[in-house]
Design a binder for this molecule. Structure first.
Ligand code: AMP
Length: 559
């Protein structure tokens, strides 16, 4: 794996995409048919193929313990290195030394032997699984003889190479290495869910023969927010349709034969949580891959998201829960039908295919859509939005009829029309060190509203919204203004700070919650800006939170 590591380091050092692609392509070209699929997968930062559900099941601790045993890494030096890099691979790699156990040292790592060891780690089960994994992990590290090799082998194990190589560039590199069309490579990858087999097919010229891999979830296409009442510039060209924006859980449904599986937005298998959806889909003839949203629904009434949360928190779903919180799967897209992979077809065609492939039945329903005027007019959009809200939906999605399905991308083909609930002005009461790129800054903020006696009452945590520069500037301030006043419900890694920094936060929904002292929590809180102009004494109060919550219930017809 030394050459793999060196290639990664070289790719990381090249700023330009084309250069990165060229370095990767020339490395891939040198690999034989056994090593090529393994190495291609590793470049995605994964030990296994995307469609492969196996995972190593080892955490940070296991790797650190294995490194300590293999290389005798001193704890203090490791902590310092981690603080510097914020990345386990880069921190541990330089500690490589000849393994103490000579029997282990005799092994050499190449992509294929490493893959076999990864497979053994993933297969470890039973009581001693933890120890087995640790031993295998130690074996892998002991076989590394070079710091760069060790760095990148560890990065594969932690699932993040950080060499600026997005999936698209790997696809380009495969196309360039084996002189084929990048589009064909991408398409085959979508169908097969494994960049490794695609790389081999590209070399053999058999990309066209790749079949749709049912059971391998593909990334979800995402939407860009557009503000209600704005100029709607993005809608001025093309033909658009509107769909309701369902307030539920995104799910991809794969059906082949009688087998049905549902995958979440994070590509986890969630079939067991929604057995009634799987049963209803199993009744529909044919093989297909659908995209849609699972919503809580009683009769014709769509229930707000928090009802669905009760289902989400359970591993086993009993009959009582099925009756109490019935769900429906609202299907708005089709990605494959039979052997045909449809993601490159325009949305209008996919909608036709969807209508041809399935009929609404029981818990599986085709989501209705409304064609819009060309270009859409504001009144029409607002009327649809209000009607959607009145029916219990979150808002409206606007989709361009000629849009292909872009897996994993947030583009201007799909827009979500949103009207923000009012924002809250809050004060930061505790901070935490971030992760990854943000390991050296205090980037996670716990914030509070004012209680009746002026005391801060925590209501949420925000990780997003501020720029890197703002976070970097605030970090020393927070460090200087630490307090020793512990909060009752503070978590271990929280550092309490003086309640001075006022932020404006936006959010989607307020919900009652035991989690925070205020008795409420915010869904999707994001920082809009720092309110330097506002003293902490003027932040929003718990009464204002209650007011917004009640207005929300009233709007939903639940007040
Ligand atoms: P957001 O979570 O605010 O980024 O909005 C995007 C999410 O809206 C998607 O991931 C889906 O879960 C959800 N959604 C609800 N209705 C639709 C729809 N008709 N089309 C696409 N996504 C939808």
């Amino acid at each position: 794996m030394i050459r793999f590591g060196q290639t990664c380091a070289e790719i990381a050092a090249r700023p330009g995409k084309l250069e990165k692609v060229a370095v990767l392509a020339s490395y891939l070209r040198t690999l034989d048919d056994a090593a090529l699929p393994c190495a291609a997968r590793y470049f995605t930062g994964n030990p296994f193929a995307a469609r492969d559900e196996r995972s190593l099941g080892i955490g940070w601790r296991t790797i650190v313990e294995a490194a300590k045993r293999a290389w005798d890494v001193p704890e203090g030096a490791l902590a310092a290195a981690y603080r510097e890099h914020g990345d386990l691979g880069a921190s541990l790699g330089p500690f490589v030394r000849p393994a103490m156990d000579l029997a282990l040292f005799s092994e050499t790592l190449d992509p294929v032997t490493l893959y076999a060891l990864f497979e053994q780690i993933a297969a470890a089960s039973g009581k001693a699984a933890g120890r087995k994994r640790e031993a295998l992990c130690e074996r892998i590290l002991s076989a590394c003889t070079d710091p760069v090799e060790a760095t990148y082998v560890i990065k594969i194990m932690t699932g993040d190479l950080r060499i600026g190589l997005r999936e698209g560039l790997i696809v380009d590199a495969i196309a360039s290495a084996f002189e084929c069309d990048a589009h064909a490579v991408r398409r085959a990858f979508m169908a097969a869910g494994d960049i490794g087999t695609v790389a081999v097919a590209a070399r053999r010229g058999t990309l066209d023969a790749m079949r749709v891999a049912y059971g391998a979830p593909i990334g979800f296409m995402l939407a860009t927010p557009v503000t209600y009442g704005s100029e709607y510039k993005d809608l001025q060209s093309g033909t658009w349709i509107a769909e309701e924006k369902f307030d539920g859980i995104r799910a991809q449904l794969h059906k082949t034969g009688t087998s049905v599986r549902l995958f979440s937005r994070t590509l986890n298998d969630i079939t067991d949580s929604y057995p009634e959806v799987a049963e209803a889909a199993a009744q529909i003839p044919g093989d297909f891959m659908l995209d849609g949203e699972i919503v809580a629904q009683r009769g014709d009434r769509v229930l707000p998201f928090r009802y669905l949360q009760a289902r989400l928190q359970r591993k086993t779903i009993d009959g009582g829960l099925l009756e109490e919180i019935p769900v429906a799967y609202m299907v708005f897209d089709i990605l494959a039908a039979g052997d045909a992979f449809l993601i490159d077809e325009p949305l209008v065609v996919r909608r036709e295919q969807l209508a041809g492939a399935i009929q609404s039945s029981g818990q599986v329903r085709i989501a209705p859509f409304t064609p819009l005027a060309e270009p859409p007019v504001a009144e029409e959009l607002h009327a649809l939005f209000d009607a959607a809200r009145a029916a219990g939906h979150e808002g409206v999605m606007l989709k361009r009829t000629d849009s292909p399905y872009h897996p994993g991308r947030r583009g201007k083909w799909w827009l979500k029309l949103k009207r923000e609930l009012s924002t809250l002005d809050v004060v930061v009461i505790a901070v935490e060190w971030g992760h990854g790129k943000r390991a050296k800054v205090l980037s996670d903020y716990t914030f509070a509203v004012r209680g009746h006696d002026g005391e801060p009452l925590a209501i949420g945590k925000a990780y997003s919204g501020l720029t890197d520069a703002e976070i970097a500037e605030l970090t020393p301030w927070f460090l200087e203004h630490r307090t020793h006043q512990q909060r009752e419900r503070a978590r271990g890694s929280e550092i309490p700070v003086e309640p001075k920094i006022v932020l404006e936060v936006a959010f989607d929904i307020i919900q009652p919650s035991e989690l925070h002292e205020s008795g409420f929590s915010l869904r999707f809180p994001r920082i809009v800006r720092i309110r330097d102009d506002k003293p902490p004494s003027e932040i929003d109060t718990i009464d204002r939170v209650r007011e917004i919550y009640e207005e929300m219930l009233e709007r939903e017809g639940l007040g």
